[in-house]
Design a protein around this ligand. Structure first.
Ligand code: MN
Ligand code: MN
Length: 471
């Protein structure tokens, strides 16, 4: 016979929060999540915003999306998309209600920390050829030496044509790397602080060592490499000036752990959220409110530029939607909500001292809902209102979504921002949500499959909820 609960036990049940991990509350879900993450791992093979956009467009078309036509009046259930300069996609499913009632926005970024090439990248030193890089986004520079790298990007040539480059990923392709000092001679290096152990100007990618056979020319290795590049891609050294090339880690995304419960791979900040919102967008068929799913760019360098979220491309697009229905864009924005879908930090016991354990996020506890980010006294944060958080949690509870509220780490030891502020400036109620990640911004990042999957379910629930915002 079951023992009767004490008054205190009953009170605790009624009054206290009982955080539960996904494996505790739903152990069966790993199978589904693993299936979902097969597509996710493939998505991770796109390692730049351009590649992800080029990958996503045919998938959208397969699922009935057509290119957006300005002025066209769309019917409920119609799906359409617009690409901005090959680096952003805006994807929509028209809702039953007019856009004046507000739209449901989700934004995730496709750019990840990497090593961009300088405009004059090619040089030779000590009979070896290198590409000189300027790192993109926040990295621990020492992590980027001695890992296999692949080279990606686009070169616009003198004759006006362009060529896409993607090399170093496949087994039969050459690989590249940045060298590091041997430990035997590293006494001085090891005494330096970590930010100085490897410095920006040392992040040179080794690309060749075999000289061009001609006594009459200088810099024979450089010439030999340029000759290979010319043969393969039809480019000359001057063409690097109009190129966007970068080096990224060359590993494929893989299952992590004997239990295969996690994914290890490059670029999960923020491709985990991008894939989750992408699938939620595609699977949404007849929403009450029009959805707008955005692939953003330049988040890692502050969201500037024409493809960053500070650009007007987003607002202009919403204005086009508004005008097609004869309403003002500001009225659409005021009634809208946005999920700023970006990763957060997962608690790492090896570095436990930087986390406040009551308010940080854990692997396998679901997507992190963050009321605010920012640093030094919540500086530069969107800070979602209680009403906005309440509205979200209502939708989550109604749809069996497992979530965790979390902030990045302890107060005043760092901090970071997301694009939430770039969205809320348009008078859209916005909240941050994202997958918890271990080793964020490292060449290999780690996520839990059920967290990625649950984020998909959370965004799907928001897209498909008929619940009107009353804020
Ligand atoms: Mn991010
Ligand atoms: Mn980031």
């Amino acid at each position: 016979m079951e023992e009767e609960k004490t008054k205190g036990q009953l009170l605790a049940e009624n009054l206290l929060r009982k955080p539960k991990s996904i494996p505790e509350s739903n152990p069966e879900i790993l199978g589904e999540a693993s299936k979902f993450c097969e597509g996710y791992k493939e998505f991770l093979s796109n390692k730049t915003e351009r590649e992800a956009v080029a990958y996503a467009v045919p998938i959208l078309r397969e699922h009935g999306y057509t290119e957006f036509v300005r002025g066209k009046v769309y019917k409920p259930g119609d799906k359409f998309y617009m690409v901005n300069r090959g680096k952003n996609i805006l994807m929509c499913t028209k809702g039953k209600r007019p856009v004046a009632d507000g739209i449901r926005v989700s934004v995730a970024h496709l750019d990840s920390p990497r090593l961009d090439f300088k405009p004059h990248p090619l040089f030779e030193d000590a009979d070896m050829a290198y590409f000189k890089t300027h790192y993109y986004g926040g990295i621990k520079k020492y992590q980027w030496t001695t890992v296999p790298l692949s080279i990606r990007g686009k070169v616009v040539k003198k004759d006006g044509t362009s060529v896409d480059i993607r090399i170093g990923e496949e087994e039969d392709e050459p690989s590249f790397c940045i060298t590091d000092l041997l430990v035997h001679l590293a006494q001085n290096q090891m005494a330096k602080t970590a930010s100085k152990v490897v410095e920006g100007e040392q992040l040179n990618v080794l690309i060749g060592s075999w000289p061009y056979q001609d006594e009459k020319v200088q810099k024979k290795v450089k010439l030999a490499i340029m000759s290979i590049l010319n043969e393969k891609y039809g480019i000359t050294e001057a063409d690097f000036e109009s190129a966007e090339l970068c080096a990224v880690p060359a590993f494929k995304a893989r299952d992590l752990g004997f239990d295969r419960s996690m994914v290890a791979g490059y670029g999960q900040d923020d491709s985990s959220c991008a894939y989750a919102e992408f699938m939620a967008e595609i699977d949404t068929k007849e929403p009450e409110f029009t959805t707008l799913t955005i692939f953003a760019d330049k988040e890692e360098t502050g969201s500037d530029g024409v493809t960053g979220m500070r650009s007007y491309f987003f607002r202009d697009f919403v204005e086009d939607l508004a005008q097609a229905e004869g309403v003002e864009v500001r009225h659409v924005l005021r009634n809208s909500i946005c999920l700023s879908a970006d990763v957060g930090s997962a608690y790492d016991p090896a570095f436990g001292d930087v986390y406040e354990t009551n308010n940080c996020a854990y692997l396998n506890y679901g997507p992190i809902l963050s009321k605010y980010d920012g640093s030094r006294g919540k500086y530069s944060t969107n800070d979602a209102s209680a009403e906005m958080v309440g509205y979200m949690l209502d939708i989550f509870r109604e749809n069996g979504i497992v979530w965790q509220m979390g902030e990045l780490g302890k107060i005043d030891i760092g901090g970071g921002g997301t694009i939430a502020s770039e969205i809320s400036v348009h008078n859209i109620d916005t909240i941050d949500i994202g997958v918890p990640v271990l080793s964020m911004h490292a060449p290999v990042e780690v996520t839990a499959k059920v967290d990625v999957y649950m984020l998909y379910k959370a965004i799907y629930a928001v897209y498909n909820s008929p619940k009107k915002k009353d804020i």
